[in-house]
Write a protein that binds this ligand. Structure first.
Ligand code: CO
Length: 184
């Protein structure tokens, strides 16, 4: 399959209302491409993603979750205006520590999972003004960032759980699979 240019992906995404993609939509498994932070429509798209995230009571949303395979994430781990971040082309510099905590995902409605992750992460990313940020995060913000960067790499949080945990949510996953089949 040919990879579309990031600009074409953005323009296609803006032609209609953003729609959350649910498991097992294959777009959630695609690897996303880097994007030019100076491309004007990127700001429009990020704004719409933030609206969608807040409307759905999410704390983070990655572009693949609205069907767009580009390296763009919006998040707000605190719910305060100051907690809002638009992350373009993140690169993980280091991760350390290990801890388990509960997560949800807008693409997996009705499922909460305790996921083991690094406790601390250091990333580099661009904002919409092209400024380079070097961010070190721990706690909940670190977890949100890791979960969303996973989406850019086609990784879902069910990839990070034990077989026993997976059995526990198996019927709910089957239900989502049936629902997806019904709409496609
Ligand atoms: Co998610």
């Amino acid at each position: 399959m040919a990879t579309a240019a990031p600009e074409a992906i953005i323009e296609a995404g803006l032609r209609e209302a953003l729609r959350i993609r649910f498991y097992p939509d294959p777009v959630l498994r695609a690897k996303s491409v880097g994007v030019n932070f100076a491309y004007p429509s990127l700001r429009t798209l990020a704004g719409r993603m933030l609206e969608t995230m807040y409307r759905e009571d999410g704390v983070g949303l990655a572009a693949p979750q609205v069907g767009l395979s580009i390296r763009l994430i919006v998040l707000n781990a605190t719910g305060e205006p100051s907690g809002e971040r638009v992350i373009v082309n993140p690169r993980v510099r280091s991760m350390s520590g290990q801890g388990a905590s509960e997560e949800g995902c807008l693409s997996f409605p009705g499922i909460r999972l305790t996921v083991e992750r690094a406790t601390k992460i250091q990333i580099e990313y661009r904002d919409l003004d092209g400024r380079l940020h070097d961010l070190t995060a721990d706690g909940f913000l670190s977890r949100v960032i890791q979960h969303e960067i996973d989406h850019l790499d086609g990784i879902e949080f069910i990839d990070r759980i034990t077989p026993a945990q997976r059995s526990a949510v198996r019927s709910r996953l089957k239900e989502l699979e049936r629902r997806f089949k019904g709409q496609s």
